[in-house]
Write a new protein. Structure first.
Length: 239
């Protein structure tokens, strides 16, 4: 059976955000890139909860697979790895984190995400996409990448994104920092050279994980899979 990689996109993206990586994978690789609940073709799928997303992956993924995720998708991928330990053979995380460490920080983030969700429900998808594109972590994206991401974001619906913020947001999901030492599968932590915040997070994660390495992609920002899809595909296909 050909090797399979399951690809989980970030918040406001859809499965199509992985097109460049999929196209660059070696011949014989099988890829599954679902729209996560609240996004794309699954914009109206409810409820949007971590448990339901894990069940979706459990039902569609093969018996053994590599799991890759970007940002929100990377955070979800870590939870999937703990829930399906006999099936996830390897993790490739792009600009991801295990969540927020403290209860106060998570509460503050939940409140911020709720305000953003309420705003999303009042805006059109075009207006929300333009607002999200100004997030500091996305600053400096090449213009062609920015334009392609904008097209992808418009495949969403504001109500779906609001539900994703409430059900899958950083403040909603439990922190996995205390459990990282128990995750013994190989893990690649991909970060862009310009993504200072997540480079620091990746270095901290690597100190906790038993079998992890940080891969810094030169000249890239937060969304490495969009800016350097060939590099991400090469990392995925190494094993």
């Amino acid at each position: 059976m050909p090797p399979t990689v399951v690809l989980l996109h970030g918040f406001t993206n859809t499965a199509r955000s992985w097109d460049g990586v999929i196209a660059a994978l070696p011949e014989g690789y099988r890829s599954l890139a679902p729209d996560i609940r609240g996004h794309g073709a699954a914009s109206a799928t409810r409820p949007v909860t971590l448990r339901c997303v894990i069940e979706d992956i459990d039902a569609t993924a093969p018996e053994l697979f590599t799991l890759a995720g970007y940002s929100m998708g990377g955070r979800i991928a870590l939870h999937v790895a703990f829930e399906l330990p006999q099936r996830v053979r390897r993790l490739v995380l792009v600009g991801a984190s295990p969540g927020l460490k403290g209860a106060v920080a998570r509460a503050e983030r939940r409140a911020a995400d709720e305000r953003l969700a309420e705003l999303a429900e009042r805006l059109t998808i075009t207006e929300f996409s333009e607002r999200w594109a100004k997030a500091p972590v996305l600053a400096g994206q090449p213009e062609d990448v920015r334009a392609a991401v904008d097209v992808d974001r418009r495949r969403n619906q504001p109500e779906g994104l609001a539900s994703a913020l409430r059900g899958l947001g950083t403040g909603t999901l439990p922190s996995l920092w205390p459990r990282l030492r128990d995750l013994e599968i190989p893990i690649e932590l991909i970060v862009g050279e310009l993504d200072v915040k997540f480079r620091a997070t990746a270095e901290q994660m690597a100190q906790e994980l038993p079998d992890a390495r940080v891969i810094v992609v030169p000249g890239a920002g937060h969304a490495v899979h969009l800016e350097r899809p060939g590099a991400v595909a090469e990392i995925i296909s190494r094993a």
